[in-house]
Design a protein around this ligand. Structure first.
Ligand SMILES: [Mn+2]
Length: 324
């Protein structure tokens, strides 16, 4: 199905539904929140349906227009006619949202993750060449002839700068800058958004950044950098959700590093964020570490059900081998 046909079909589904849930994967980021909030606001222009956006915003996103309308899992309705999954696929939903997805009359996917499967939806918009889901949402809204307001422009700008690292990652295109310019003309104030979404952290988060960078390990003649966040450090420093954002970029920005991994301990499991500069496909690497892993070619993640010490026994060798 072409994305133009999918755009028409998605509008039809939105028009037919009496209740819609817009939702991202578990632990939504700026692109996911931005895409959901903007599409929900645009849909309100032609729909009288109950429109809910799922998710829980931390300090990076709680200032966004409409953030106060975000619903936690426990506050969601018992059922929805339509569930639209955005910026991540149906295999990464929370258990509550996954059940709502299964029971919905219709479902749709709007996503730019190359690792997402298009199977299992009534309508699919999947474009792995798009820098962000928010850029896809802009195309959708524009194609439907709906005028963006300052709030929607702010939602989209947030997602764009999150996924391009503030126009720095190699996914950034000329069209990304053109769209950003248009959003700024609609009233977006870039500076405070960049500060909140990309740079600010709590004092505890600052201390964590220092500890993780100070203890970073290098392998493969300095081409692999690994940082570790222990549960002990998180609790001792009072780190909050959103504070770990950006640590991985500091690791990757070390001269000579091609591949960086941030390993975070969580109970009896370990969460890994992977980034590469120019040649390692970290979406494939994340999937090789765990079948549920994936993401983008230069940015991905996975969760492994092993202790931190077990993971660290084998991880460096796997990462060095991935450079070959
Ligand atoms: Mn995204």
């Amino acid at each position: 199905m072409s994305n133009t046909a999918a755009s028409r079909q998605l509008k039809t589904l939105l028009l037919e539904a009496k209740s819609v849930l817009f939702t991202g994967p578990i632990g939504p980021d700026g692109d996911s929140f931005g895409a959901c909030l903007a599409l929900a606001k645009a849909t309100a222009q032609f729909s009288t349906a109950t429109l809910h956006v799922g998710g829980e915003a931390n300090f990076r996103y709680d200032w966004m227009p409409g953030a106060e309308t975000l619903l936690k899992d426990l506050d969601l309705a018992d059922s929805y006619d339509l569930v639209v999954v955005m910026d991540g696929d149906r295999h990464r939903l929370t258990p509550v949202v996954s059940a709502l997805f299964q029971a919905a009359k219709a479902t749709a996917l709007v996503d730019h993750h190359g690792s997402s499967s298009p199977d299992g939806y009534d309508v699919v918009m999947l474009d792995a060449t798009s820098p962000s889901t928010c850029e896809m949402v802009y195309t959708l809204i524009d194609g439907w002839g709906i005028a963006l307001d300052k709030a929607m422009a702010t939602h989209l700008y947030t997602g764009i700068i999150f996924d391009t690292g503030g126009f720095k990652h190699e996914n950034t295109q000329a069209a990304t800058h053109r769209l950003a310019a248009r959003l700024i003309e609609l009233g977006v104030e870039p500076s405070p958004i960049h500060a909140k979404v990309l740079h600010e952290r709590t004092a505890g988060g600052l201390r964590l950044l220092g500890e993780v960078l100070g203890a970073a390990s290098f392998y493969g003649e300095g081409a692999v950098a690994v940082g570790v966040v222990t549960e002990e450090a998180v609790s001792r420093l009072g780190v909050v959700s959103g504070d770990k954002e950006g640590i991985i970029d500091a690791l990757l920005n070390t001269a000579g590093v091609e591949l960086a991994v941030l390993v975070s301990e969580k109970g009896n499991a370990v969460r890994m964020s992977l980034r590469s500069k120019t040649r390692v496909n970290v979406a494939a690497l994340a999937k090789s570490l765990h079948p549920g892993g994936g993401g983008h070619v230069r940015a991905s993640g996975c969760r492994v059900s092993s202790s931190l010490s077990t993971v660290m026994e084998t991880l460096p060798g796997v990462l060095v081998a991935a450079l070959a």
